[in-house]
Design a protein. Structure first.
Length: 156
């Protein structure tokens, strides 16, 4: 008798990392868009669905890469995709765009640089859905939803 493979084998963690590394982006990686010190500390597997990966790609293509090119320096993503458990742990909104891979919290190195990123996103007329100055430019929340681009600006 031939042994049957398990019905739902769990992939080894490095397989997930390798899969995330296969997605090609110009200035960002899917790995950094899903990385979270909180998730690592609490042992949370912050793994996006295929739909969330597609949303993250769209966010990068339409918002983050053009913003990075205009900024002329690296932009750090402090929070991108969040699974439900991670979102709850960090106190995210119940219906956060981070849950769908549609948002990123970013920094440019200082509050002044964050202010510059905020202004640049507006000047470039990027198709963002939301652009939020968080806590007097400690970080910037920016999101992209295809076909929705409300251009909602909060705290600028």
């Amino acid at each position: 008798m031939i042994p049957m493979p398990p019905k739902n084998p769990k992939p080894p963690p490095n397989l997930i990392t390798n899969t995330l590394s296969l997605i090609i982006m110009k200035h960002f990686t899917l790995e950094e868009l899903c990385d979270s010190p909180t998730a690592r500390r609490l042992g949370i597997r912050n793994i996006p669905s295929d739909l969330a990966i597609a949303s993250l790609n769209a966010l990068v293509d339409n918002i983050l890469d053009p913003l990075r090119e205009a900024f002329g320096r690296p932009i750090v993503v402090t929070s991108g995709f969040r699974c439900r458990r991670l979102n709850a742990e960090v106190g995210g909104a119940r219906n956060s765009q981070h849950l769908r891979g549609q948002a990123a919290d970013i920094i440019g190195g200082s509050r002044d640089e964050n202010r510059r990123l905020f202004q640049l996103a507006r000047q470039l007329n990027l198709p963002f859905d939301q652009l939020i100055n968080e806590q007097d430019f400690r970080w910037i929340h920016i999101s992209y939803v295809p076909g929705r681009g409300r251009k909602q600006v909060i705290g600028g």
